[in-house]
Design a protein around this ligand. Sequence first.
Ligand code: HEC
Length: 157
Amino acid sequence: MRKILRIFFLLILVALVAAQFFQPERNTSEASENNILTLHSVPENVAEILKSSCFDCHSNNSTYHWYHAVSPASWMVADHIQEGKKELNFSEWGNMDVFSQITKLEEMCQESEHREMPLKSYLLMHPKAKLSDEQIAVLCDWTTRLSEELLVKAVEE
Ligand code: HEC
């Protein structure tokens, strides 16, 4: 019995080591002119919130830590980034039409208010990314203002 257990753990160890050779591609790229921060004059405190709490999963540039180089954590993170970018990519903001932008702005406020975003699993590893009530108010103020601005512009055009 002991021997079987030992072989079992040895096999798991070998599998874990082997898994380290398979790593997802990293989410990094050149700065894009379609980035939300380039296209709109985003106030400093709002830009800070987006950068520290949202960009890791909703942009083309994630900040990585040492444990992101370890399977299977690296794959979980890659999956969140892929899913997050599918919904909303701040690096490609300018590629959305204005009505999608307005919808996304509303969702950004709602998801934050309901504490759905940033994802809970992310907050475990990034406690500083947790939004305070004040930050949520700042974010929602700004998303409301910008969506009104965009709507006025869309109607005028
Ligand atoms: C750890 C990665 C991660 C972080 C950090 C993160 N998100 Fe997300 N976000 C996701 C994923 C994955 C989805 C798609 C699945 C879902 O809705 O849960 C998503 C979906 C969304 C959506 C679309 C929701 C919908 O249902 O249509 C919005 C809006 C959004 N996030 C806003 C934000 C904002 C704002 C922040 C920062 C305050 C943020 N997210 C931080 C991963 C993340």
